[in-house]
Write a protein of this length. Structure first.
Length: 169
């Protein structure tokens, strides 16, 4: 079940923590909503013949570019660990670990990360989760931008386990 959901939603390498959240989110859907979300046509029987209901469109597969801007103020950079969760009108993503080949989240730098998923609909907010690591671990996040939608933060993250919801501007 879990592996199948990951396949359907195109989620890669979730952490155990993220997996639990994903399942919790999934349980919010009703059966009808799940069919719609996955683009599965509903079926019903009419007498001897079996017909399919109106064909529902396949869900769009969307590549999300998550860009974080680390503020240009002293000590803003960090080597801490950062996850985001995208919230849209069609559902929420898994927790997405932000990491690429660069030294991420340095002062006055924009880092870009890419994820592919079934469409989440119109994006409404982004959850950010932070864990400290390294020297001068505090992080000052300016903004998160996802496919052009801006989610202002303008705040410090100082404690491990800090989770913040950033509404869309
Ligand atoms: Ca810092
Ligand atoms: Ca760094």
């Amino acid at each position: 079940m879990v592996a199948r959901l990951q396949y359907l939603r195109g989620i890669s390498t979730p952490t155990g923590f993220g997996l639990a959240v994903e399942i919790a989110d999934w349980h919010r859907f009703t059966g009808a909503t799940i069919r719609g979300y996955l683009g599965v046509p509903s079926e019903h029987s009419t007498g001897a013949s079996r017909s399919q209901g109106p064909r529902m469109e396949q869900p769009a597969i969307v590549t999300y570019e998550v860009a974080t801007y680390t503020s240009n103020i002293p000590g803003a950079g960090t080597d801490g660990d950062v996850w985001v969760r995208l919230r849209g009108t069609l559902g929420a993503s898994n927790w997405l670990y932000l990491d690429n080949s660069d030294d991420n989240f340095e002062r006055n730098r924009t880092d870009r990360f890419y994820f592919t998923s079934a469409s989440l609909g119109s994006l409404r907010s982004v959850d950010v989760y932070f864990n400290r690591a390294g020297w001068y671990a505090d992080w000052h996040l300016g903004t998160v931008t996802v496919n052009g939608a801006v989610f202002p933060a303008n705040r410090w993250f100082t404690a491990s386990g800090t989770q913040v919801n950033l509404p869309r501007a």
